[in-house]
Design a protein around this ligand. Structure first.
Ligand code: NSS
Length: 433
């Protein structure tokens, strides 16, 4: 018997196949049983009759939810069945029966978020969570594919670092043998500035860590970032890369994960609009929009989630906000030549209130200016000697950005909280499981 996955049963209509899976649900109706099996690729409803097949009927009757089982049966086209096919069960081999005394904790009913997070290792089996994880994988695949196809070389950045990249307030400290304190990386950027000077166009893609004290639906303490970095690129070049990359990711998910988007209940028409060019507004214009809408902000303020939502709600696709005040941005950002109090920086804000998905900038390429900024920010000159070397030897203007994977997946899936889009979320009050 061919062993097949549920997402491919359509190719086996009329044939007898074997599915390796789990019992998702069971409805008993007298001499008929209607099990629903899942195998990680989808769910399929089965039917077993006591009269026709007493062996399978007995094996299945009373079988507990999430018991693992190997099912063999004939694939019958059935317009009423979700997915269009029904499995006429012939044999069932129970691999592990969950005892009635210790049932599967996640029942097919509403549970509170704390309970679900405490049981994340089990919660992820539910069809909605599995669909989200598949969409996440597609986002990662599309991101890498786009960059690989456009000449960007993957260069991994280290996780242990001797210094901060994105401000000292969110650093996780670790003891590093006799070297003293080290920190978990907040961003691979500084390192891929070096690989960009070696290879031209590069990116890194990995987990980053921020000791975020904020308990919001947009913040994790461990999240994944994709960071392209390009030698000889300016702010304009890198904004264009950002809009093309994000459009590609969204359209790739729409094309390849239609079923999963349906499972999570996403309004796909909203995603279809996401193609370049994206609207752009300067920070100054953004302040004016916010003030007009009644927000209590003044020039020089950074934007929080509320402000981002007001700004992005004006558009049907992500909006790019550029030229932020240098004072509220990172030490490495190149100042605008005409207005040095502005940084050549941009953030991309996702629509529908999902907030910032990209932060990026042109980098300072002048040695003296960079040294001055390192000093102004009270950063360790010693730890940054290698970074200053990049400005000593063949320095060029260069630019890059970081795309937050979880923020992007949360937006594409339309989830209310970012914790659902990573297999094991790490947050202020959560390190288990
Ligand atoms: O702090 S960023 O805005 N920018 C950087 O780290 C630069 N060093 C990247 C670069 O230029 N190579 O973070 C980038 C993105 C941001 O837009 C969010 O989408 C995401 O990273 N981000 C987060 N996601 C989840 N949780 C937290 N705490 C978080 N912080 C940033």
């Amino acid at each position: 018997m061919p062993v097949v996955t549920i997402d491919s049963v359509g190719q086996f209509a009329g044939q007898t196949v074997t599915i390796n899976g789990w019992l998702y649900n069971l409805r008993e109706a007298g001499k008929l049983l209607f099990p629903i099996f899942r195998d990680g690729t989808g769910t399929i409803q089965g039917v077993v009759s006591a009269k026709e097949n007493s062996g399978a009927f007995e094996a299945l009757k009373g079988l507990t939810q999430e018991s693992s089982c190997i099912v063999t049966g004939r694939v019958n086209p059935d317009a009423r069945a979700p997915g269009g096919f029904e499995l006429h069960v012939e044999t069932i081999d129970v691999v592990q029966r969950i005892p009635d005394s210790d049932p599967y904790p996640i029942q097919l009913k509403e549970h509170g978020p704390d309970f679900l997070l405490e049981n994340r290792h089990l919660w992820m089996r539910t069809p909605r969570q599995a669909a989200i994880l598949r969409i996440r994988a597609q986002v990662v695949h599309a991101t890498r594919n786009y960059l690989d196809a456009h000449g960007y070389v993957l260069t991994d950045a280290p996780m242990f670092t001797p210094a901060a990249c994105e401000g000292t307030s969110t650093l996780f400290e670790v003891d590093y043998f006799d070297e003293g304190k080290a920190y978990l990386t907040q961003s691979g950027q500084l390192y891929i500035e070096a690989t960009a000077a070696s290879l031209g166009r590069v990116y890194c893609f990995g987990p980053v860590f921020r000791a975020e004290k904020s308990k919001t639906r947009r913040h994790l303490t461990e999240f994944w970032m994709c960071e392209p970095e390009v030698a000889y690129a300016g702010l304009e070049d890198i904004m264009v890369l950002g809009e093309h990359l994000v459009s590609h990711i969204v359209q790739d998910v729409v094309a390849h994960r239609a079923r999963e988007l349906e499972v999570v209940g996403r309004d796909v028409s909203k995603l279809a609009a996401v193609c370049p060019p994206f609207p752009r507004i300067s920070y100054d214009e953004a302040i004016a929009v916010l003030q007009k809408s009644g927000k209590d902000v003044k020039w020089g303020d950074d934007f929080g989630g509320d402000e981002e939502t007001v700004l992005s709600s004006q558009y049907d696709r992500p909006v790019i906000v550029h030229h932020y005040p240098a004072a509220i941005k990172a030490f490495y950002m190149q100042p605008d030549a005409e207005r040095p109090d502005r940084a050549l920086s941009f953030d991309m804000l996702a629509p529908e209130g999902y907030g910032e998905i990209i932060g990026g900038s042109q980098r300072i390429h002048d040695y003296n200016l960079l040294l001055e900024r390192i000093r102004q920010h009270g950063l360790s000159e010693k730890a940054f000697q290698w970074y200053l070397d990049l400005r000593r030897y063949g320095s060029v203007p260069h630019s890059g950005f970081g795309l937050g994977i979880e923020r992007t997946v949360a937006w594409i899936c339309g989830t209310t909280h970012i914790r659902e889009v990573i297999p094991f979320p790490r947050m202020l009050y959560r390190i288990y499981p």
